[in-house]
Design a protein around this ligand. Structure first.
Ligand code: ZN
Length: 331
């Protein structure tokens, strides 16, 4: 079994000590282990060892959770996230969309919620609880969320729910009000950097900043071949209109990166500390504040359609051209 991420132990203990009711909503950045914490909470609810508050990791129930075969745990994830979260199941492996070669869905569909409602009403197989985990909960569309709502309002006796989201404001207020909301903050920098170093990430501090202090996101960046040198070089490359560094990047990663670059360029322009890049990466660039604000608006507009099936090459070219103009505007 993989051990719990070190910075999640304290929040898990606090959660178990203060938790009331049958539904918990974890909010905060997703890339700090929100799914892992939700899963650990579900595991604690189902754990059959009486000795410890946190899941023992050894009892039959904990083993079933790790094997993804616990009969009283239902995990709802968008298909597109399963592999990344290490939650590939036999069903997902030969799912319809795989067979038909369509893009894996980024939504949690209403059918999955119907299944969850029926599941919650069943008697617990092992006698502890019936646990439904939904992540990210904001990926339920309105119909799917409404399907869940009734069960959240009048939960069957043994049902428990844990939802996770990086965008709680995107949930139906009625869903939020049925849950105990627990906010999860990014870990302390030294703990996150030490963990990244253990995972073999060089320049952990730079990548952690690049990821907005979210260690799992930083690890993801590193696995995509992004290192400190490449990252810090991006502002100058973009200012020269060179998009080569972005080859092979997905449109969402590219957009997210340009939004961070734009954010930090604005910080530099007004003399504020940067957040994602070292300020030195912007040396010699003197874009106007107005032009950067305009660029930020253009990026937000593009991000709104981020699920659009872009031609990645054309999109990169257009975005880099836009970025070059913004960064090169005279002050
Ligand atoms: Zn256990």
């Amino acid at each position: 079994m993989s051990p719990l991420l070190p910075w999640l132990r304290e929040p898990l203990e606090r959660l178990l000590a203060t938790q009331r009711g049958h539904a918990v909503l974890l909010s905060g950045p997703e890339g700090i282990g929100q799914f892992e914490l939700a899963l650990a909470l579900a595991q604690a609810w189902l754990c059959e060892s009486n000795g410890s508050l946190t899941p023992c990791g050894e009892c039959a129930s904990c083993r079933l959770v790790h094997a993804h075969t616990h009969p009283d745990l239902l995990v709802l994830l968008p298909e597109a996230l399963r592999a990344g979260l290490g939650w590939e199941t036999a069903e997902a492996g030969d799912s319809e969309s795989r067979a038909s070669k369509t893009k894996p869905s980024r939504e949690i569909k209403v059918d999955a919620l119907r299944e969850a409602v029926a599941f919650a009403q069943q008697t617990s197989s092992r006698g502890r609880a019936k646990v439904v985990l939904v992540f990210p909960a904001d990926r339920m569309n309105a119909i799917a969320a409404n399907t869940l709502l009734k069960t959240l309002e009048e939960p069957p006796g043994q049902a428990r729910f844990v939802l996770g989201t990086g965008a709680p404001q995107a949930l139906l207020p009625t869903i939020r009000s049925r849950c105990q909301t627990v906010r999860l903050a990014p870990p302390q920098r030294p703990a996150a950097e030490a963990w990244l170093a253990q995972q073999g990430v060089a320049d952990a501090a730079v990548l952690l900043a690049a990821a907005g202090q979210q260690p799992l996101t930083a690890l993801e960046l590193s696995r995509q071949g992004i290192d400190a040198r490449l990252w810090q070089g991006l502002p100058q490359q973009v200012a020269r209109g060179q998009g080569a560094a972005f080859s092979g990047w997905t449109p969402p990663l590219l957009l997210d990166t340009l939004q961070k670059l734009c954010h930090d360029a604005l910080c530099v322009a007004v003399g504020a500390p940067t957040r994602y890049f070292d300020a030195a990466a912007f040396a010699g660039l003197h874009p106007s504040h107005e032009r950067l604000t305009e660029w930020a608006r253009e990026l937000r507009e593009t991000a709104r359609h981020a699920d659009h099936p872009w031609n990645a090459g054309l999109m990169t070219e257009a975005l880099v051209t836009q970025a070059r103009r913004a960064l090169h505007s005279p002050r």
